[in-house]
Write a protein that binds this ligand. Structure first.
Ligand code: NAD
Ligand code: MN
Length: 476
């Protein structure tokens, strides 16, 4: 007997979206002088608010405000005092976490279950964690008196809007820097809510500035002569442009770019658990995850059994309303991203891989893509090489551990990897050989503010999180 789920929608009434938003500069919301744009709800394509765009003069003003705040207030302030502000911000985020989770799901399309249980707790945890470092920097292993860099220009993507903001702003502020941050154009609303939180926390004006706009605003910010540090998370293509622009300046640069992670399943792995890990690895956040386990490498002897189990599990995934608490897979963040996922999936079929999705009814309006796997994928296929950034898994097989390592590392990226096996010695053997910044063993997509995160090769450089994450914001 099949039990039907009744709808269990979270209330939209807990958020208050204004019809329009300005730029948050020097502690005030101000008009932008670029062409304003709209952010939409990707689950139904309804416009949510009109957002100001920063032009060159607006970026100048934001950078100047950050400079003043750094030189006069935040830089000279003791770490102990800075920590109080960060703790206050962390607590306000916790207090407002339901509202922020709903806002994130509306603007981004991700399931409320994830924004509520993953994004928001991690956002608060990052601020708590770096608040703890603010008065202990002299003990962090970066010399007796580590100094801030100054003003950080930070550009973030749309996949984890508030979490990426936390990864950028918390360590920067803890180290005594001030920031100008640009959220992605499809998901600016939680960053603007964070601007209000900065006011609520009485953060001195200019310490955090939020400027909105598209790629051009991002370019104006990262190329601005008045900043000391650039932190970027997003596509490898834009990351390379930024690296070129920063070359020859004395700006410090960290880049967190794409990935094409291998999730490696050995024949001795507990397959039930591995299936959960595979699902979490590629369908979490609609697969809009730079460290997603998008290449499944399964040992040939268990491939058939594992794929049967995986398909049965995929048939239970619920795709639909992001605000429904039963939803596993929400909306694709934008029409453009949906196009890219469709295009690469069609290429996968043309290349001869076997495409499969469970039967699932997709809503009429909005941007949707059914969870999909491709079997019989060859390493040369584009769907095995390029980041799809959607709920699409490419399945490859291997026979020996050495072959698994070779295939796993056969990618221009190196952000993350997963290993599933009962043998501890094999986990260590694999971890030593996988060229990836993070290697998860018998789990996937686990994040913790104390743990550094970052890539090898075209996945970028620099680390965020943990003690390592301080280095990117200190003059060392
Ligand atoms: P993107 O790199 O274009 O955008 C990321 C951020 O950079 C946004 O805020 C954007 O406005 C800004 N930006 C764009 N051009 C810029 C420039 N020239 N200078 C400075 N900032 C600029 O990414 P996208 O177009 O949103 O997504 C494209 C692909 O990037 C995705 O399909 C995915 O493969 C990858 N991606 C990776 C991550 C990640 O977490 N590593 C996140 C988002 C997207
Ligand atoms: Mn949006």
């Amino acid at each position: 007997m099949d039990f039907e789920y009744a709808p269990a929608p979270e209330s939209r009434a807990v958020v208050d979206i204004r019809p329009s938003y300005g730029l948050f500069v020097d502690g005030e919301f101000r008009d932008g002088h670029g062409e304003p744009f709209k952010s939409i709800d990707p689950s139904n394509e309804e416009p949510l608010a009109e957002i100001a765009a920063a032009d060159a003069a607006d970026v100048d003003r934001a950078v100047a405000a950050a400079r003043r705040a750094h030189d006069k207030v935040w830089g000279p302030m003791s770490g102990r005092e800075r920590a109080k502000y960060l703790y206050r911000i962390a607590r306000i985020i916790q207090e407002r976490s339901r509202e922020l989770a709903v806002l994130e799901s509306i603007d981004n399309g991700k399931p409320i279950r994830e924004s509520r249980d993953v994004d928001l707790p991690l956002v608060a945890a990052h601020f708590f964690y770096y608040a703890g470092w603010a008065d202990k920097l002299t003990h962090a292993g970066f010399g007796p008196d580590p100094r801030p860099l100054g003003v950080a220009g930070q550009v973030i993507p749309w996949n984890f809007p508030l979490l990426m903001l936390a990864w950028k702003i918390a360590p920067a502020l803890a180290c005594g820097n001030t920031v100008v941050l640009k959220p992605a154009e499809t998901t600016p609303l939680t960053a603007l809510a964070f601007a209000e939180i900065c006011r609520q926390a009485d953060l001195p004006p200019g310490v955090v500035n939020i400027i909105t706009g598209a790629g051009e605003t991002g370019r104006l910010l990262v190329e601005h002569a008045g900043i000391d540090k650039v932190a970027f998370t997003g596509s490898t293509e834009v990351g390379k442009q930024i690296a070129r622009a920063a070359a020859g300046t004395d700006k410090k640069l960290t880049l967190e770019l794409g990935g094409k992670a291998a999730n490696v399943i050995f024949d001795d792995a507990p397959l039930d658990q591995a299936v959960e890990g595979i699902v979490n690895g590629i369908f979490f956040n609609q697969g809009h995850v730079c460290c997603a386990g998008s290449r499944l490498l399964v040992q040939e002897s268990v491939a058939e059994e594992l794929l049967d189990q995986l398909k049965r599990r995929m048939a239970t995934l619920r795709v639909g309303d992001p605000l429904d608490k039963n939803t596993d897979i929400g909306a694709i963040n934008s029409g453009a991203q949906l196009e890219k996922i469709r295009m690469l999936s069609e290429i996968g079929e043309q290349e001869g891989a076997g495409r499969w999705s469970p039967p699932c009814e997709l809503p009429q309006r909005g941007f949707w893509f059914a969870p999909t796997i491709f079997t019989d994928v060859a390493q040369s296929h584009r769907i095995a090489r390029e980041e799809i950034f959607g709920p699409v898994l490419s399945v490859l097989t291997f026979r020996t551990p050495a072959e698994a390592v070779e295939k796993a590392n056969n990618t221009p990226y190196g952000l993350s990897a997963g290993v599933w096996t009962e043998k501890g010695s094999r986990i260590l053997w694999m971890a030593e050989r996988l060229r990836a910044g993070v290697v998860w063993a018998n789990t996937f997509n686990k994040f913790d503010p104390a743990s550094p995160f970052g890539g090898y090769k075209e996945s970028g450089y620099g680390r965020e999180g943990g003690r390592h994450g301080l280095e990117a914001y200190l003059d060392v």
